[in-house]
Ligand binder design. Structure first.
Ligand code: SF4
Ligand code: SF4
Ligand code: SF4
Length: 254
């Protein structure tokens, strides 16, 4: 049957499926949303998946093996617009920390015989293909995913929050964790999560990625002044956005 609904695919490469679950676990809105879109493919939950041309493909996960790369390139060809869904796709997230540690630390965890899943340098999606949109977070908020889809259904350009987490944190009247000995990355991290971590007195680790104008030098200087060691600063900054900070070593030494 011919349909004018947007043809959408949801896929995952290396990740934990948390981003896809975040979309599915929106009991209040999911069914009504399914009426608005043509969900052609969602291999995580659908047995029959149509792989033709898509208007939008949402991709969870990062490239961590040869299969991922093959899948990603195939989907990029099929998708009019590609959406990096969640922190792994967006920044590489915690799995990309492997770039900053010695192979000895993780080689016992690798599949050595299955050549198609042998490791490649773990990298976010935009390292390999053009990305049209990003929905940040680990995992992304279910309402943010829904709002994104509602926008594209209406033909409205989806917007991504570019204020640092500190804006929401201050609005929520939280005590600044930098003042109580916790290395918070809120000043350089894209908000939109309602500062959920700092509301609970956990520092922001940067899961939503960097703001467009993140001042890394300033935060490094501030963290040093607050007495945090170089090791802690580097570890923290590399946990979610390490690959987006190629000059970190240089900044640390300035
Ligand atoms: S971004 Fe977080 S929730 Fe999503 S796949 Fe990666 S680790 Fe899982
Ligand atoms: S706790 Fe973190 S997010 Fe909140 S104001 Fe301080 S630095 Fe910013
Ligand atoms: S406070 Fe930071 S780590 Fe926590 S959800 Fe928001 S961006 Fe992610």
């Amino acid at each position: 049957m011919k349909t004018t609904k947007l043809k959408i695919g949801f896929y995952g490469i290396t990740g934990c499926a948390g981003c896809q679950l975040s979309f599915i676990f929106n009991e209040d809105e999911l069914l009504s949303l399914i009426d608005l879109i043509d969900l052609r493919a969602f291999p995580f939950i659908k047995e029959f998946n149509l792989e033709e041309k898509f208007d939008y493909v949402f991709i969870e996960g990062l490239v961590a093996n040869k299969n991922d790369l093959k899948t990603l390139k195939k989907l990029r060809e099929k998708a009019d617009k590609l959406v990096a869904l969640g922190a792994c796709a967006h920044t590489g997230c915690v799995p990309a920390y492997r770039n900053f540690t010695l192979k000895e630390n993780y080689k016992h965890l690798l599949y050595m015989k299955r050549t198609e899943i042998q490791d490649v340098k773990p990298t976010p999606v935009d390292t390999h293909v053009n990305v049209d949109y990003t929905i940040p977070g680990c995992p992304p908020d279910k309402n943010e995913i829904m709002n994104f889809i509602k926008d594209i259904v209406k033909g409205k350009e989806p917007k991504i929050n570019n204020n640092p987490v500190c804006v929401e944190c201050r609005r929520n009247n939280n005590v600044c964790l930098l003042d109580v000995g916790k290395p918070c990355l809120g000043p350089i991290t894209r908000g939109g999560c309602n500062s959920v971590c700092t509301n609970g007195k956990f520092e922001c680790w940067g899961c939503r990625g960097l703001t467009d104008d993140a001042d890394i030098k300033l935060l490094v200087k501030l963290l040093k002044e607050k007495g945090f060691s170089e090791k802690i600063i580097k570890q923290r900054m590399r946990s979610f956005v390490g690959l987006k900070l190629p000059n970190l070593e240089k900044i640390m030494n300035e």
